[in-house]
Ligand binder design. Structure first.
Ligand code: ATP
Ligand code: PRP
Ligand code: MG
Length: 285
């Protein structure tokens, strides 16, 4: 069977969670120190450790078949690359920021100004669409220092917690785009590799779905089963199991993690007791 070549970041923000995701998918990687190309024993896959910033080009050229990469980078490089699946980690945004003393949050502040960035294409396209003409100064890192050393009037860079901006006396004003890690695919893939990719995506979806869901169990008086079931957002219908104590049942179901806090009070009001929430390892629907 053809091996699917997957690129993941060699080191940096995406590395740990990319490997963890593969592990959760049952794909175990034995890294030798400084080994940049690694085979996997239990899945037809070969892993290449690359720089995040080089990955879009490798995908476009077909040197790798798929990759885990920051969505913002695919946008910046503007390549013909298909995003197959959002992966939910390394969430960030690309934003404009100004020295905190600047009084306005308006984009018009940047008219005729100098902006330092590592994302020149993203910025150029955004400013063009908004009818703003600025002087874009490209630097490859430590962008937040630029206004402090008189290099620029503002910056355009990645923001997550906002702490780097804060520590450097800057304030986020306009968000250009939101990003997270994604699984992306080269434009051409053989049907054999497509089949391997399908298996991988199936596993990833099961892992992601499970991460966002919880198994919920509670005890309910029999006459309240109907009411409680109506409150529960369920997959099909809840599992109802009689308890040893007459007149009581245990209700089991699966609930979105985010919805849990919304419905918990309603469940209690409708007679649910002894509510347990349990993590789910994998979920195949
Ligand atoms: N502070 C952050 N919080 C969350 N996600 C981030 C943050 N900074 C970057 N990212 C995301 O993680 C990706 C990788 O960032 P990282 O800084 O590790 O690598 P890089 O500097 O882009 O690349 P390289 O591997 O080429 O050195 C980015 O493309 C972005 O999508
Ligand atoms: O809003 P925050 O949570 O502070 O994160 C934002 C910072 O994180 C990224 O840098 P990184 O730490 O990846 O360093 P790098 O420039 O060397 O890639 C980004 O370039 C910002 O500087
Ligand atoms: Mg970085």
């Amino acid at each position: 069977m053809s091996k699917l070549k997957i690129a993941i970041q060699k080191s940096g923000r995406l590395y740990e969670e990319s490997l963890q995701l593969l592990k959760d998918c049952g794909i175990f990687v034995n890294n030798g120190k400084d080994q940049l190309k690694v085979s996997v024993d239990n899945f037809p896959m070969e892993i290449m450790y690359l720089r995040n910033s080089d990955i879009p080009q490798y995908l476009e050229d077909g040197v790798v078949d798929v990759a885990i990469v920051g969505e913002n980078l695919l946008i910046e490089k503007g390549k013909n690359i298909k995003t197959i699946q959002k992966l939910g980690f390394s969430k960030c945004r690309v934003s404009l920021a100004v020295p905190k003393e600047v009084e306005t949050d308006e984009l018009s502040y940047f008219q005729g100004k100098k902006i330092a960035t590592s994302y020149p294409n993203t910025l150029k396209n955004f400013l063009e669409n908004q009818g703003i003409v600025s002087d874009i100064h490209v630097i490859s890192g430590s962008v937040e220092i630029a206004p402090n050393i008189g290099l620029a009037d503002g910056i355009c860079d990645i923001v997550s917690s906002g702490s780097t901006l804060f520590k450097n006396g800057l304030r986020e004003t306009v968000t250009l785009l939101k990003s997270e890690s994604v699984l992306a695919q080269t434009p051409r893939l053989s049907s054999e590799k497509e089949a391997v990719l399908e298996k991988l995506v199936f596993r990833i979806k099961a892992v992601l779905k499970a991460k966002n869901s919880k198994y919920i169990l509670m005890n309910v008086p029999n006459e309240k089963i109907q009411k409680v079931s109506e409150v529960l957002p369920v997959l099909k219908s809840p599992t109802v199991i009689p308890l040893a104590e007459e007149g009581w049942s245990s209700i089991h179901s699966v609930i979105d993690e985010e919805r849990f806090w919304e419905v918990i009070d309603e469940l209690k009001e409708n007679g649910a007791q002894d509510i347990l929430i349990i993590p789910i390892d994998k979920m195949v629907i």
